[in-house]
Design a protein around this ligand. Structure first.
Ligand code: PSU
Ligand code: MN
Length: 309
C-alpha cells in the first residue's frame, strides 16, 4: 500500500555541510531568492559562487538553501547552484509556503524568512544576505510588510545584511523591528545603511565594530534567554556605493511603474529590483554583488567568533 504522508522531513545536507556539522566547524547559511528573483543570469551565478568562496576563505562553510524537487537542501552542489541560477519558474518561498513546496515536490528559492527557518532547523546560527524585506512605502494603504520582519522576531539566527533597501519605508521598518524586539546592530558605523548607499539619514539603534563583539552580544542574549533573531547591518563598501539622492530618483520611477503595472504581493520586491537594474543600466547589480560579498565576509567572521565559546 502506498503511503500518502512522509514521516520524515525531506532535508539534505551537502557533503561539505554534513562534514562541517560533524566536525563542529562554523557554517554560514545563504538564501536563494536573491539568486532566482533578485538578480539576472549570469550575474546571479557569479555572485552565488563568489559569496561561497568568500565564506570558505573566511574559515567557515557555506550552506546555500533552496527547495529542489521537494527536497530542502542545506548546501547545494556546484551543479545544483548552476541549475538554480538558470531556473525560470522557481517559487519564491517564505514562512507561508516553504512546507507547501516540499509537500508538493516543487522547486523554490528561500527568502530571508524561509532561509532563517531552514537554518535554525539545521542548527546554523549565522546567515548572510543582501537586504531584508521590510515595510513598503505606502504600507498604510497596501498593508505590504515583509514576513522577514516577523521571522526576525521569532527565529534565532543572526542575519547579516546591508540594511533595508531604500525601495522600502526605512523608518517604519526600523520601528517594526524595535516593536518586535529585534536588535539592529550596524557594523562599524552609527548610521543605519540603505543597501545601495552607506547612509539612510537614520541613526542605527546599536552599533559594534568587530565580529567578536557581535558574537559576544549574541552570547549574552543566549545567557539571558532572549530568543529571536539579531539583525546586523553592514554598510556597502565606499567604492561600490551609489549616492542616496541619485538612487532616490530611480526608486521613485520604479515605484510609479510598479503601480501602473498593478504589481502586488510577492511580485513587488522582484519587480522593483529588476526595474532598478534597468534604470541604473546594471550599476545596481554591481553594487548588489559587492554588498553581498561584503556581508559574507562579516558573517564568516561572526560564525568563527561564535564557535570560539
Ligand atoms: N534583496 C535583494 N534581492 C532579493 C531580496 C532582497 O537584493 O531578492 C529578497 C530576499 O529574499 C527577501 C525578499 O527576503 O526579497 C523579501 O521579499 P518580500 O518583500 O516579498 O517579503
Ligand atoms: Mn510583500
Amino acid at each position: 500500500m502506498s503511503r500518502p504522508f512522509s514521516p520524515l522531513l525531506p532535508m539534505n545536507y551537502s557533503d561539505e555541510v554534513a562534514a562541517a556539522k560533524a566536525n563542529g566547524q562554523p557554517i554560514v547559511a545563504l538564501e536563494s531568492t536573491i539568486i532566482t528573483h533578485g538578480m539576472p543570469y549570469p550575474g546571479n551565478l557569479e555572485m552565488a559562487r563568489s559569496v561561497e568562496a568568500i565564506i570558505r576563505s573566511g574559515g567557515a562553510v557555506p550552506a546555500t538553501i533552496a527547495v529542489i524537487d521537494g527536497v530542502l537542501h542545506v548546501g547545494l552542489s556546484p551543479e545544483m547552484l548552476e541549475s538554480l541560477a538558470k531556473t525560470e519558474g522557481a517559487m519564491k518561498l517564505s514562512r507561508a509556503d516553504l512546507a507547501f513546496a516540499i509537500a508538493e515536490g516543487r522547486t523554490g528559492a528561500t527568502t530571508v524568512a524561509a532561509t532563517m527557518i531552514a537554518a535554525a532547523r539545521a542548527g546554523i546560527r549565522v546567515f548572510a544576505t543582501g537586504g531584508i524585506g521590510g515595510v513598503h512605502r505606502g504600507a498604510e494603504d497596501s498593508f505590504d510588510i515583509s514576513a522577514d520582519l516577523d521571522e526576525l522576531s521569532r527565529t534565532g539566527v543572526i542575519v547579516v545584511c546591508a540594511g533595508a533597501k531604500a525601495i522600502l519605508d526605512v523608518p517604519k521598518t526600523l520601528e517594526v523591528l524595535e516593536t518586535r524586539g529585534v536588535p539592529v546592530v550596524t557594523y562599524g558605523s552609527t548610521e543605519f545603511p540603505a543597501f545601495w548607499s552607506r547612509e539612510s539619514g537614520l541613526k542605527s539603534p546599536l552599533s559594534l565594530d568587530s565580529a567578536d563583539k557581535i558574537a559576544n552580544f549574541q552570547a549574552m542574549r543566549d545567557l539571558l534567554g532572549v530568543d529571536g533573531g539579531l539583525l546586523v547591518a553592514n554598510p556597502v563598501p565606499v567604492e561600490s556605493e551609489i549616492d542616496r539622492e541619485e538612487m532616490e530618483i530611480y526608486i521613485r520611477t520604479a515605484l510609479a511603474d510598479a503601480e501602473d503595472d498593478g504589481i502586488a504581493g510577492k511580485a513587488v520586491t522582484p519587480y522593483l529590483l529588476a526595474r532598478i537594474f534597468e534604470l541604473t543600466e546594471g550599476r545596481s547589480l554591481k553594487t548588489n554583488i559587492a554588498l553581498v560579498e561584503n556581508n559574507a565576509r562579516l558573517a564568516a567572521g561572526i560564525a568563527v567568533a561564535l564557535n570560539k565559546d
